[in-house]
Design a protein around this ligand. Sequence first.
Ligand code: UD1
Ligand code: CA
Length: 456
Amino acid sequence: MKLSIIILAAGQGTRMNSARPKVLHPLGGRPLLAHVLDTARALHAMDIHVVIGHGAGQVRDVLPDTDIHWVLQEQQLGTGHAVAQAMPAVPDENTVLVMYGDVPLISKQTLEPLCQMAGQGMAALLSAVLDDPAGYGRILHHADGSICGIVEEKDATRKQRAIQEINTGFLAAPAARLRGWLSALNNNNAQGEYYLTDTIARAVTEGTSVRGLTTDAIDEVMGINDRKQLAAQERCFQMRQADACLQAGVTLIDPARFDLRGRLDAGQDVVIDINAILEGQVTLGDRVSIGPNVTLRNATLGDDVTILANCVIEAAVIGAGSRIGPFARLRPDTTLAAATHIGNFVEIKKSEVGEGSKINHLSYVGDTTIGRGVNIGAGTITCNYDGANKHRTLIGDDVFIGSDTQLVAPVEIQDGATIGAGSTITRDAPAHELTLSRAPQKTRSGWKRPVKEPKG
Ligand code: UD1
Ligand code: CA
């Protein structure tokens, strides 16, 4: 069976109250439409057509994927009209599956049987039974139980509105037949639209067998029309990801407070405390421990790394056995070797830190290379920026930098050097020597503190 998938994504999404096209709102950090495309690809479609209209340019720019055949629907005249715009590019012998750009959690498993039925010449639709069917099209049956059509809520009689079996919108049919049914559509209905759903009654009249498949996976077929539904689907998506992590052997202290907006590869016995936000590609070695309120974005952590509470780590590589935080910030292009300690209120940017080195308190390290076994004292600042250009600081192995030191780059502190506390270092410091810059200490004996003058 050759499968052509048509994804409808031309609608405005009025109820989002947004300047952004609805299908570009993120779910798990990716556009809604990207999730639908994933599923379409997993079904091994021969071709994927995406019907766009509102914000078409924006949608295309965000998804530059080359395997998509974009179809412009200039005016949104209804779902049937939308599908018809894509049909000229679909060969007659193919099976067509219609998907929706705003229904992101649909799975391949749920859609496969629909495609198979359509592959055997039937029209197949996916339905669901809802406690509250309001707003959806209702499935109409003949007395013998076979499907005779779909009625939209706005066109339904009171009796029809009581039907709880709804149309999810997912539909599959042989292309040649669908083409015929679409050409016969009219817009004589409450909304003045060409309804895709009207093709079902047409198929029945024509004698094509119409099969309904009722799914229990209600989460999968819920569409997103407003921000409340978007938030609900986000939680649903995150719970699924949390379940997958738990199953893979990751401890999540509270699965309801875990957000993965990208991809996580985790080793064995990883523990993640509450309110973690993981973005992009995050790779964690064995026995990594992530404290509460930590953000990791495109980060790679070796075995036995401990991240204490409230750290923000972006585009960094952290060597095995290192301990970071609490309250540390690692900015892009930071590489820490094994067994490093980065403590509270330390910011590191575009720097390499050698094995066993420690930066434990209140420091800024930028554009710096630090050797092994180095101790950077509290409050040390690399002055990497002269207002126009950035300069590098080089720190050798076994260096000791006293507290409250400024290293004015470009500058080199050679192996084994010691820098006295409170120094402003503007020239290279030689190996194995003490270098310091400090005004001599004075004591004025007999000096008295001022006293408050009496009032009045
Ligand atoms: C549609 C179904 C309804 C079903 C419901 C499920 C029809 C007539 N009705 O109703 O039976 O219960 O979905 O959620 O099909 N779109 C276009 N171009 C258009 C119109 C719509 O691309 O001209 C796209 C929208 O962007 C959206 C999808 O098609 O992604 C569904 O359109 P919408 O107007 O939301 O249909 P519903 O009224 O929800
Ligand atoms: Ca809808």
